[in-house]
Design a protein around this ligand. Structure first.
Ligand SMILES: Nc1ncnc2c1ncn2[C@@H]1O[C@H](COP(=O)(O)OP(=O)(O)OP(=O)(O)O)[C@@H](O)[C@H]1O
Length: 534
């Protein structure tokens, strides 16, 4: 039915939604005009009828419509994907400019993702450049950009992890090699080299050993390669020169260079002054040793026609042109064969510490009376050497001063010299007349007759010890012996040492005076004293 109110060209409702499929056409039906006179039908225009049509299932139609929609959406997605692919191809060929052009039409999320990927790519390139593997690493990075961006991120992460693992492995292997080095060096007693890698802990450096040059000299480690020509013209005795070479003293200090010729050649008294550590000790010790060697030579080969001994008869470097000097000491050190030595050839002091080894002396070699008082020094006997009953009376009242206070400047002589006159800082013994004439020797063998030839006076005990070490070091190839006489140490022991008649005595005034007052035989015989450094 059509009325006047209906629009003539109104859009027809989709027939599918009506569930009717129109096959024929709508046809108008002729009506009686009286019908239009009735109320309520004045707006009616005509009737139409459709006789050819088909009823349709509405659900099926709806499903079809949904399918059609999905197909359309898929097609749209495909088109978009094809567009992206085309843009990526352009990017790989054209570089950054094309990427930026492509970015203009993309969402901000995708832009961030791309930036991330780009940053990772740059980092990996830098690392590759550092490790020298740039070529290997850059290729897979390019591949990832050709593929989808979502895939590129996990690939980059994997590579990063691999790199981290690699670097960890490298650092671990470095640590292992360092450990091995340290273990090797420990087993070989070698100092460990400083570790250059700041991450790993540096190995503890071994504590530097302070060189005890006196003991090293006495141990006999000779530096035979050192050039000793700087000592030429200083009149140093050859055995002393050998000792200096073993100490590594290849040249004299200024005070030694100045003092030695005047003291040795010109026999001058010398008053020297130089700063501490400048070698003053050897400046007086070498001339003293020279003087003693000279005395020995004249004493062993006395010339009955000449009262005074010949000066400068000791071999030294002051005669460089003489062929004798070319082979110093070599002849003296010829190997001794069995039978070469007869009884009496060896004197006291000829054998030094270390000359005899374990096993050299057998049971029965020593007879009763071979050892005298004073032959054994402190330290000669070790724990276990003496058995119960070996010592009967071992307490010596003279040893009571072992524990004297080292800081106390006064010696035990104060009690003895209670009646002495004190003049300022000089003490003069009233009741102790000093008699320089030699006392009658109680023992008359050759070694016991040796006079005191050098007496060194030092203000302190410590300096006395130091000076004795210096003298022993440079006199180690001469058989010259020395003893120390200072307060704070056993007076009894010092008396025993003086019985051995050392050529040199180093001491402090107080203890020396004590022993002189006690008429120690070695200190009473000062007629032969040739050298007295103060
Ligand atoms: N010719 C030399 N060459 C190298 N070193 C030397 C030489 N002479 C001495 N010395 C070294 O110098 C150090 C100091 O020497 P010395 O003790 O004789 O100096 P000093 O002037 O007597 O010092 P102080 O005034 O403190 O007693 C010694 O331990 C020795 O190692």
């Amino acid at each position: 039915m059509k009325s006047r109110k209906m629009k003539p060209h109104a859009k027809r409702i989709n027939p599918a939604r009506r569930s009717i499929q129109t096959k024929g056409k709508w046809k108008s039906i002729e009506l009686d005009p009286s019908i239009f006179a009735e109320e309520g039908l004045e707006g009616l225009v005509c009737f139409e009828e459709l006789t050819n049509y088909r009823l349709v299932d509405s659900e099926k139609v709806a499903a079809r419509a949904a399918k059609e929609l999905q197909k359309k959406e898929k097609k749209a997605q495909k088109r978009k994907a094809q567009k992206r692919k085309a843009i990526d191809v352009v990017e790989t060929e054209g570089g950054e400019v094309s990427v930026e052009a492509k970015d203009a039409g993309e969402s901000p999320k995708k832009k961030i993702k791309k930036k991330k990927a780009k940053l990772i790519k740059d980092e990996s390139a830098e690392v590759a450049a550092e490790t020298g593997q740039e070529e290997k690493l850059s290729e897979p990075v390019k591949d990832s950009t050709v593929g989808s961006q979502d895939d590129s991120e996990p690939k980059q992460a994997k590579k990063k992890k691999k790199k981290q693992k690699k670097s960890k492995k490298i650092s671990l292997s470095e640590l292992n090699t360092e450990k091995q080095k340290v273990q090797e060096s420990i087993s070989e007693n070698k100092p460990v080299q400083a570790n250059k890698d700041p991450k790993t802990k540096p190995a503890k450096a071994p504590k530097p050993r302070i060189k005890n040059w006196t003991s090293s000299a006495l141990s006999g480690c000779e530096d035979t390669n050192s050039d000793m020509s700087a000592w030429k013209d200083l009149f140093v005795p050859v055995p002393v020169l050998r000792a200096l070479s073993s100490l590594g003293f290849s040249s004299p200090t200024p005070i030694q260079a100045l003092a030695l010729p005047s003291a040795i050649r010109d026999r001058m008294d010398i008053l020297g002054a130089a700063e501490t550590g400048s070698g003053k000790t050897l400046a007086f010790a070498i001339p003293m040793i020279h003087s003693i060697l000279e005395w020995r030579e004249n004493h062993d080969n006395p010339d009955p026609k000449v009262d005074n001994p010949k000066p400068n008869t000791v071999k030294s470097l002051y005669l460089p042109d003489e062929p004798e000097n070319a082979a110093p000491e070599a002849e003296e050190e010829k190997d001794l064969e069995e039978g070469d030595l007869e009884e009496g050839d060896l004197e006291e002091g000829d054998l030094e510490e270390g000359d005899l080894e374990e096993g050299d002396l057998e049971e029965g070699d020593l007879e009763e009376g071979d050892l005298e008082e004073g032959d054994l020094e402190e330290g000669d006997l070790e724990e276990g050497d003496l058995e119960e009953g070996d010592l009967e009376e071992c307490v010596d009242p003279g040893d009571s001063d072992v524990g004297e206070d080292m800081n106390d400047g006064t010696n035990g002589s104060d009690e003895d010299g209670a009646n002495d006159i004190k003049l300022g800082c000089v003490q003069v013994g009233e009741k102790t007349p000093f008699d320089p004439t030699p006392q009658e020797e109680t023992v008359n063998n050759e070694g016991q007759n040796r006079p005191l030839l050098g007496l060194v006076l030092t203000p302190t005990r410590e300096l006395a010890v130091q000076v004795k070490h210096h003298i022993d070091a440079v006199a180690k190839f001469t058989n010259i012996t020395s003893a120390i006489v200072v307060g704070g140490m056993s007076q009894h022991k010092q008396r025993r040492l003086l019985k051995r008649r050392p050529e040199i005595v180093v001491g402090t005034p107080g203890r020396l005076w004590d022993l002189i007052k006690e008429r120690d035989p070695h200190l009473q015989n000062l007629r032969q004293l040739r050298y007295m450094p103060v």
